[in-house]
Design a protein around this ligand. Structure first.
Ligand SMILES: [Zn+2]
Length: 432
């Protein structure tokens, strides 16, 4: 069988990309900058050297399509953009591993696999410049809030529509990218874990169950400023006394429900050394894979804040900053991924993803989705220290490739004879 998957080539390409787009502080492939464009041109050249149809969609996502017997397609995704001073693997590992899978599939099926295989390099996953992540994939899934995005401005006062125009993307048309999903039957993504779970378990690979839902609030406790010398302890209405008790409480709440909770900010007023705190404002970020459990975590935090406020004789008010639904991945694909990881390294582990990924947008759009995680050394990412053992990268490329093969068979089994259902429409890439 002519199936030359070469995971070592992926490592060479990752290092080439690092050389091309990093400096001593790390990767500099921030989306819609010249360095990102250089990375994209480099990738495009590789894709165009294969017999693939390559095009950029209305939102700046780069697609490479290997037409199969059926139009139904298996999509492999990644993002070549990085945060400033980023690591050498976040996002681009996914893209380059996907490229290697495409090469193997093309060779094995002599250019005509049973279903269509597509690679997408999403535009601006990180949101590093305009503060909004998942730009390209949310335009594609139809969840990008256009009017909100129109007003985004970078540090130099350049608006998102202006930055897009510099790269040939017309802001008012970005939602046309939704057409790309017409025949997509499954979405796969490999990513570094960016956390320490696999490292702590000494496992190279894991299967991602979905991405966490998020509830993000500010909680403001309001008491009374009073002189620090003349006010007896029993007469104080100390906003910080109530707020501070939230800090250990969220650890108990997270433990009880199995999610994660973070108080990331705390500010006090008047904020001087000689006054009892009148106002204390904290932020609370809560995340869970299970929507009802996330709501229970939120309810517990609300109850606790009311109790602490009562005890300290202060008021408490909540304000929502953000809410994101959990995106559980597809059960069949989780099962396939679990088999593949077991075959690749003897043991599998299933875990949720704390960070959002483009895969969450695909799941949100109703595309059956799953992700693989590969261990991150130090559990660190968004930092030049980010690293993964090369032997683990090789295992990860192999596992993604096996998963792609199983998913091809799974998609084929969904439709008799691998034929496309009658009501599906043509995607723009088919018209080129
Ligand atoms: Zn990433």
């Amino acid at each position: 069988m002519d199936a030359p998957l070469d995971p070592k080539r992926t490592i060479v390409e990752l290092k080439d990309l690092r050389r091309l787009t990093s400096d001593e502080r790390g990767a500099q492939r921030v989306a819609f900058t010249p360095t990102w464009a250089r990375a994209r041109a480099w990738l495009r050249e590789k894709l165009e050297s294969l017999p693939l149809k390559v095009h950029t969609d209305a939102a700046g996502n780069l697609w490479a399509t290997l037409r199969g017997e059926s139009e139904r397609s298996v999509l492999i995704g990644g993002h070549i953009d990085s945060v400033p001073n980023g690591g050498w693997l976040d996002g681009c590992l996914n893209t380059l591993a996907g490229l290697e899978c495409l090469r193997r599939i093309h060779a094995q099926y002599r250019g005509r696999p049973p279903v269509t295989i597509r690679l997408v390099d999403w535009a601006d996953e990180e949101g590093a410049r305009f503060g909004r992540s998942l730009f390209g994939s949310s335009a594609c899934s139809g969840t990008l809030p256009l009017e909100e995005a129109r007003g985004l401005v970078d540090r130099d006062g350049i608006t998102l529509p202006q930055a897009l125009a510099e790269h040939g993307i017309i802001f008012d048309r970005v939602n046309d990218a939704q057409q790309e999903l017409h025949h997509v039957a499954a979405y796969l993504e490999l990513h570094i874990e960016q956390g320490p779970v696999l490292l702590d378990r000494d496992l190279p690979l894991g299967v991602v169950l979905g991405t966490f839902g998020v509830e993000r609030h500010t909680i403001t406790f309001h008491g009374q400023a009073a002189h620090s010398g003349s006010t007896p302890m029993n007469r104080r209405r100390d906003a910080l006394l109530a707020a501070a008790q939230m800090s250990p409480e969220i650890y108990r709440i997270a433990e009880r429900h199995g999610g994660v909770c973070t108080i990331g900010s705390c500010t006090t007023e008047p904020g001087i050394v000689t006054s009892v705190v009148e106002r204390c404002r904290i932020t609370l970020d809560q995340r869970h894979l299970d929507a009802p459990a996330l709501q229970r975590m939120l309810a517990d935090a609300r109850d606790a804040s009311a109790r602490f406020a009562r005890e300290a004789r202060v008021d408490v008010a909540w304000e929502r900053l953000a809410r994101i639904d959990p995106q559980p991945f597809h059960n069949d694909l989780i099962t396939l991924a679990d088999e593949v990881v077991r075959e690749t390294c003897g043991q599998s582990h299933q875990l949720p993803s704390g960070p959002l990924h483009d895969a969450a947008e695909m799941a949100r759009a109703g595309v059956p989705t799953v992700m693989l995680f590969v261990q991150s050394l130090l559990g660190i990412s968004h930092n030049a220290l980010e690293d993964t053992k090369e032997e683990h990268i090789e295992l990860a490329v192999g596992a993604l490739d096996r998963l792609a093969e199983r998913t091809i068979a799974w998609v084929k089994s969904q439709t008799p004879n691998g034929q496309t259902p009658k009501n599906s429409q043509q995607s723009p890439s088919d018209q080129q």
